[in-house]
Design a protein around this ligand. Structure first.
Ligand code: 48F
Length: 257
């Protein structure tokens, strides 16, 4: 049978439509497909929860692809090696407590693991606002990234979720929206965004985990967004804290779902 271009178009539209309709209401909506968001989604979906993940960029993997300064290797400390083992990401020992993995393999395997566990990933979709009832985050307001980039005046769509995870990295974008609309009410020392501090890998890796928690009713922070929100330092291309943060937020949410 000759290939029919219209069937090809119809197949794509039908299948994407199914994904959109199926995720209008979810257990968890994750914003940002970096390492923390992906691993959070993986554990939640593996536990049978309905998870949608929204990523502004075309590519999935956030800041992981580039390793450190585009040297595409990442460092993972011993405390997070069980996560590389669980996912089947290969690594080698560099020194006691320091392990390295290929950044491309890590990002690709993490992405595949999340999708195959059941996370529905929407790339090229940006989160521009939240659904608020009346002072609890209950979902997200989404728009195509190209619409956002072009500055077109197009109204967005809304999705509902029992919980939202801000895994947007240094920008901590979802929290930023909440602060703008409900000033002074975050669960942080200042009630606002305490702001990321300069490089201090050891401290940052510990704090990332401590800072991974609910920051506003219905809204959790994970990964670098947790440190940016609670005033922790940055850590550069060591990724154990990101992975452990994703694992932690999934665990916390599973207790509540
Ligand atoms: O920055 P990112 O990789 O987040 P992460 O999981 O990991 C941080 C590390 O990569 C690194 C580091 C640790 O060693 O410091 O930076 O905390 O991924 C965040 C993703 O969120 C997307 C963004 O494009 C990126 O891929 N993102 C940010 N804002 C939005 C968004 C938004 N409003 N809507 C959708 N996606």
């Amino acid at each position: 049978m000759p290939l029919d271009e219209i069937v090809i178009s119809r197949a794509i539209i039908d299948r994407y439509h199914e994904k959109l309709i199926n995720t209008l209401e979810t257990d968890v909506a994750i914003v940002g497909a970096g390492p923390s968001g992906l691993i959070a989604g993986y554990f939640l979906a593996r536990a049978g929860k309905k998870v949608a993940l929204y990523e502004r960029k075309l590519s999935i993997g956030g800041g992981m692809w580039g390793g450190g300064m585009m040297f595409n290797e990442i460092v993972v400390q011993k405390t997070a090696i069980h996560l590389l083992d669980a996912l089947g990401i290969r690594y080698s020992r560099y020194q006691p407590d320091y392990y390295t993995a290929d950044a491309v393999e890590a990002a690709a395997v993490l992405t595949a693991a999340a999708v195959q566990a059941g996370v529905t990933i929407f790339n090229c979709v940006s989160v521009e606002d939240v659904l608020m009832r009346p002072e609890r985050v209950e979902g997200l307001v989404i728009i195509w990234s190209p619409v956002e980039m072009a500055g077109l005046h197009v109204d967005p769509l809304t999705v509902r979720s029992r919980f939202v995870v801000d895994a947007t990295g240094h920008a901590t974008e979802v929290v930023r929206v909440v602060v703008k609309k409900v000033p002074g009410r975050l669960n942080t020392p200042s009630g606002g965004i305490d702001g990321e501090k300069s490089m201090w890998a050891e401290r940052a890796e510990t704090l990332t985990l401590e800072n991974t928690r609910e920051v506003f009713p219905g809204l959790y922070v994970a990964g670098m967004a947790a440190n940016a929100t609670f005033g922790g330092p940055r850590m550069g291309p060591i990724f154990g804290g990101m992975l452990l943060s994703g694992e932690k937020v999934a665990g916390e949410l599973l207790k509540r779902l």
